[in-house]
Design a protein around this ligand. Structure first.
Ligand SMILES: C[S@@+](CC[C@H](N)C(=O)[O-])C[C@H]1O[C@@H](n2cnc3c(N)ncnc32)[C@H](O)[C@@H]1O
Length: 300
């Protein structure tokens, strides 16, 4: 079988089994089997696959048809123009989350910020995209999951930012050793009742998706922690799910009556990012310098 025929077969199998973007997905699986670039795939389209390669491709198609996302099969996902290593311990970064990066970049550049914390960093895609675009910034990236932080560590090394991103294990803000200028967070926000629909084949970690009964359990707790640590940050930027903007903005209004709140839609028109601006506050800086705030374990 030639590469062209293999691509045709793979595409048909995927399309017949209702996999969207069947051409793109079959290209990725074939290229992953052969370890070749997209250009090579089309230049060598009359080349014959070896029996071992045919078997390898069939195996990958079977995995894909079982519902395993392509990114977990290949171990890669592109985000903000960068290639990230992913496995089933981390959420596959979504294109919508690029809006969080855009918004954080805009604020960091306009307001000359110097420290950022990415809470619930997963594979590190948001923190690393920020680090590469803001070379003067110091970045903390936290997650409660040890294996997720291992993936983030590999990605920090791959992108040459391991010395600029401090990976910290722990719950929400607990591991932060100092106040930061901006907190960015894409925490789990899927409603429990919808988990099965979003993660039908069960490949993505529930820790990365489950936002409790109304989807807002983690977001609410982060906002409450920010409220409880006066001066911990000046900006808080949150990714939210469809239909959650009203609840999140009213929560923020209640917790931070003087805060400036903005809601931004993603490219699909869904209200996706909520940003909160607070007054700069020096009180907590003093608390930190007096050692009143505990520091959790850092992962190097
Ligand atoms: C929706 S995923 C987002 C991952 C990554 N930020 C991204 O956008 O691709 C949420 C992440 O939050 C982490 N997480 C869940 N609960 C947490 C908590 N209480 N404190 C810190 N991180 C948490 C999960 O382990 C997961 O990596």
């Amino acid at each position: 079988m030639t590469l062209k025929q293999a691509l045709g077969h793979a595409r048909r199998f995927l399309a017949e089994n209702n996999i969207e973007d069947s051409l793109l997905e079959s290209e990725i699986l074939l290229r992953h089997t052969l370890k070749i670039s997209r250009v090579q795939l089309y230049l060598d389209r009359d080349r014959e696959l070896s029996p071992k390669q045919e078997k390898g491709l069939r195996h990958l198609i079977k995995r894909r048809l079982s519902g395993e996302p392509t990114a977990y099969i290949t171990g890669h996902r592109e985000f903000y123009g960068l290639d990230f290593y992913v496995n089933h311990h981390v959420l596959i970064p979504r294109p919508e989350s690029e809006l969080l990066v855009e918004q954080a970049l805009k604020l960091a550049q306009n307001d000359n910020l110097s420290t950022i914390a990415d809470i619930g960093t997963g594979c590190g895609a948001i923190a690393i995209s920020l680090a590469l675009n803001l070379p003067q910034l110091r970045i903390y990236a936290t997650d409660i999951s040890t294996p997720a932080l291992e993936v983030a560590r590999l990605n920090c090394q791959k992108h040459g930012v391991a010395d600029r991103i401090c990976l910290l294990e722990g719950d929400m803000l607990t591991p932060l050793p100092e106040p930061v200028d901006l907190i960015v967070a894409n925490l789990p926000y899927v409603r429990e009742a919808e988990l099965a629909k979003v993660n039908s084949a069960g490949f993505e970690s529930s820790l990365a998706l489950n936002g409790g009964r109304d989807g807002l359990a983690k977001i609410r707790r982060l906002c409450q922690q920010v409220r409880g640590k006066t001066g911990i940050t000046t900006y808080l930027i949150l990714e939210i799910g469809q239909g959650q903007a009203a609840a999140v903005t009213s929560l923020l209004r209640r917790l931070f009556p003087d805060g400036k709140i903005e809601v931004m839609p993603d490219l699909g028109g869904v209200e996706r990012v909520v940003s909160l601006q607070l007054e700069k506050n020096t009180r907590l800086l003093l608390n930190y310098s007096l050692g009143l705030v505990s520091v959790s374990r850092a992962i190097d």
